[in-house]
Design a protein around this ligand. Structure first.
Ligand SMILES: CC(C)(COP(=O)(O)OP(=O)(O)OC[C@H]1O[C@@H](n2cnc3c(N)ncnc32)[C@H](O)[C@@H]1OP(=O)(O)O)[C@@H](O)C(=O)NCCC(=O)NCCSC(=O)/C=C/CCCCCCCCCCCCC(=O)O
Ligand SMILES: Cc1cc2nc3c(=O)[nH]c(=O)nc-3n(C[C@H](O)[C@H](O)[C@H](O)COP(=O)(O)OP(=O)(O)OC[C@H]3O[C@@H](n4cnc5c(N)ncnc54)[C@H](O)[C@@H]3O)c2cc1C
Length: 627
């Protein structure tokens, strides 16, 4: 069988220990064991099948998502899965749903911004799913500008309550995932008003729906905001709209770790930075970087396996056409994405450590690394999601026409993934935050602070900053050029963390050698892509640029025999890949043909509508022809 033999042959060429690379990719043997076991548990459960998604109506699609979520919860309980195993199960169910926001935002917000007392009250309810929560920050009129939010939370000292209200149409909460049809509660971000004074944005826990009949509570108008990009994709999620008409909540439902409101209506600031109100966004941004490596590696796995199976032109002596993976143009498009997937994996590991470290320091009232954590999570979220969205689209194109079929898995992956460039912070707005951080950092250089990083990449950032730092320093006046410096800074971090990864103990025959090749491909690819920066800032000479280019092409040849093994190391099941082109067995053509006939359009040989619309035309033509 052509495809199968092709991939078997490719696997025999591997020059490194794939099983050890699986451990490197997973992060540890333990993590590999858990993800392998849980991904297969999901793959073998018919309730979690994904192949019908694009053919369902919005209501059937959503109901099926609820069915899957309920079944996932049932399996978690039945199997007594740990938090880690449960998160893996929800990950491999692979369908945007309210659970993401309940577990990924609502709970972390209460943990990060609630007092001990509030955590003791609300977390047990949330962990046992006795309530379902979402994160309601964005409004119809404001998303990026959090300080522009209009929802009000006015303290009423008569009743010891906050009155939550939507004063304008643009203050309607708009976009929160899980809000439209499922969540019973929300963390609502609104302007704290005490005695007519506006104290800025804070988080408030608000019940939205009855726990008895799920109907909206008095004063609550709530619904779904409508279809989004694509047919299946993110339409499994009930992104919602929410309006308040003077809804009253107890004072103790304002999240009070950052600031407290006393019974007398006095605002007391605690000793933690006010920016902790933004803490959930930092947490999710670092998760999103890890998710980017998953999404990109998934697309690269599909495109790499298909590139080894697909033969086109170039008849060889044995009369067989050439594998498209052997074309230099295919390699120059595909291998940098393979390298980027590994690079984002490792920078995501580092970012997770940075986030944990910041949180530990916060416990000890050490806020010194909070600005860097914000800048790194914001910048790397922006960089990795933009590169991943573009990379998934490139992988679709690398698969030719068949990449455009839903059965390739790539259109759906693209449609689900691309909002990552917007949610949790628009990517440009986040880069402007990094630019602001760089301006402050540059201003502190020489006072004992020295930049660190790989020379050429460091030089590029420094030079770009020098060129543009004369520009206005206000957030709104930051020039587009500073965004360029912010991107350069984030790329420096990615390369630096890849190099640091290589300095760790890396067991397994040939594993370190392959990672070194991928690290060099990523670094030289970025240098090639931004050659203007490196040359214009004098970081490299034209001769060096030419040498770097030649080295890049030589590295592609080094990776070529290992490409299939490098994507096998992701250890994805066919269920998770959900792609005929990316099947582990390479059995592409028979499966493509088989999938085609499953389309409902093929339920009848003559399509509905023929008699009403087509036959009259043909008959008329026939009559005309006889005249
Ligand atoms: C930062 C802004 C752009 C501007 O803020 P502003 O208040 O105006 O302040 P500035 O003047 O710019 O800055 C003031 C100073 O504060 C510093 N700062 C700013 N932000 C932070 C921060 N976050 N942390 C620390 N410090 C910060 C800043 O540097 C200044 O410092 P200095 O004065 O210079 O010293 C702000 O408006 C902003 O952040 N805007 C973006 C808004 C945003 O991101 N919205 C997101 C809404 S929520 C959302 O989109 C959700 C999407 C859900 C998608 C699904 C994702 C799921 C995947 C992951 C989770 C899945 C897990 C599943 C788990 C399981 O199943 O188990
Ligand atoms: C699928 C999806 C899920 C979401 N889930 C949630 C959720 O669960 N909870 C929640 O609260 N929100 C959620 N959101 C909302 C999301 O957080 C916002 O859409 C996001 O923060 C961007 O804000 P915005 O839509 O106001 O874009 P805007 O800020 O209006 O962006 C529009 C354009 O203006 C530009 N721009 C804005 N400000 C500046 C500036 N200062 N300088 C230069 N350019 C600027 C942007 O770069 C962009 O090009 C979700 C959004 C999506 C798409």
């Amino acid at each position: 069988m052509a495809g199968f033999d092709d991939l078997a042959s490719e696997r025999s060429k591997a020059q490194f220990d794939v099983e050890e690379m699986k451990v490197i990719w997973a992060g540890s043997r333990h993590t590999l064991e858990v993800s392998d076991r849980i991904s297969r548990l999901v793959a073998n459960d018919p309730v979690f099948r994904k192949d019908t998604r694009t053919m369902l109506s919005r209501k059937d699609l959503f109901k099926n998502t609820l069915r899957k979520a309920a079944h996932a919860w049932k399996r978690i309980i039945e199997l007594r899965l740990s938090e880690e195993e449960a998160a893996e199960l929800r990950f491999y169910v692979d369908e945007p749903a309210f659970m993401d926001l309940h577990w990924g935002m609502f709970i972390p917000t209460i943990k990060g911004q609630g007092t001990e007392e509030q955590q003791q009250k609300w977390l047990p309810l949330a962990y046992k799913m006795k309530i379902i929560g979402c994160y309601a920050q964005t409004e119809l009129g404001h998303g990026s500008n959090v300080q522009g939010l209009e929802t009000t939370a006015t303290f009423d000292p008569q009743t010891d309550e906050f009155i939550i209200h939507s004063p304008t149409l643009t203050s309607s909460k708009w976009w929160p995932g899980g809000l439209g049809k499922v969540s019973t509660h929300a963390v609502v971000y609104g302007r704290l008003i005490i005695d007519s004074k506006d104290y800025g944005v804070n988080g408030f826990i608000v019940q939205l729906r009855s726990l008895d009949d799920h109907l909206p509570l008095p004063g609550i108008t709530i619904g779904d905001i409508g279809m989004k990009f694509g047919s299946g994709a993110y339409n499994t999620m009930d992104n919602g709209v929410l309006r308040f008409d003077h809804v009253r909540i107890p004072r103790d439902q304002m999240l009070m770790r950052v600031s407290q409101v006393t019974r007398e209506g006095k605002l007391v600031q605690s000793n933690v930075p006010w920016q902790l109100v933004y803490g959930t966004m930092v947490y999710v941004r670092q998760k999103i970087v890890s998710d980017a490596s998953c999404a990109l590696s998934r697309a690269v796995c599909i495109a790499t396996r298909y590139s080894a199976v697909r033969r086109q032109f170039g008849l060889q002596s044995n009369g067989i056409e050439t594998q498209v993976i052997d074309y230099k143009t295919q390699q120059s498009r595909l291998f940098p994405l393979l390298a980027s997937a590994y690079a984002f994996r490792f920078v995501g590991e580092w970012l997770k450590w940075l986030y944990m470290d910041v949180n530990q320091r916060l416990q000890a009232s050490d806020f010194s690394t909070l600005p860097e954590a914000h800048a790194c999570t914001a910048g790397l979220k922006s960089l990795t999601t933009s590169a991943t969205a573009d990379g998934i689209e490139e992988c679709r194109k690398l698969c030719g026409g068949h990449g455009y079929l839903c059965s390739s898995g790539l259109p759906e992956l693209f449609a689900v993934y691309i909002p990552a460039c917007t949610y949790e912070g628009d990517n440009i707005v986040l880069l402007l935050q990094v630019a602001r951080f760089l301006i402050k950092t540059v201003s502190q250089l020489g006072s004992g602070k020295e930049p660190v990083g790989t020379t050429v990449y460091m030089g590029r950032v420094e030079q770009l900053m020098q060129c543009h730092c004369a520009v206005q320093k206000g957030f709104l006046e930051l020039s587009a050029d500073l965004v360029q410096a912010a991107v350069a800074h984030c790329q420096l971090i990615v390369v630096s963390k890849f190099i640091e990864k290589l300095q760790q103990d890396i067991p397994g025959k040939g594993v370190k050698g392959q990672l070194e090749a991928l690290c060099n491909i990523y670094a030289l690819f970025i240098l090639h892509k931004h050659l203007g920066d490196f040359l214009s800032t004098g970081c490299i000479t034209p001769k060096q640029a030419s040498l770097a280019n030649a080295q890049l092409r030589s590295l592609y040849s080094q990776v070529r025999p290992n490409a299939i093994a490098l994507v096998d190391a992701f250890n994805y099941t066919d269920h998770y890949l959900s792609s005929v082109l990316g099947r582990y067995d390479g059995n592409v053509y028979p499966k493509l043909y088989e999938e085609a006939w499953k389309d409902p359009l093929n339920d009848s040989v003559v399509p509905d509508g023929y008699q009403e619309y087509i036959q009259p035309i043909l008959k008329q033509q026939l009559r005309n022809a006889r005249l």
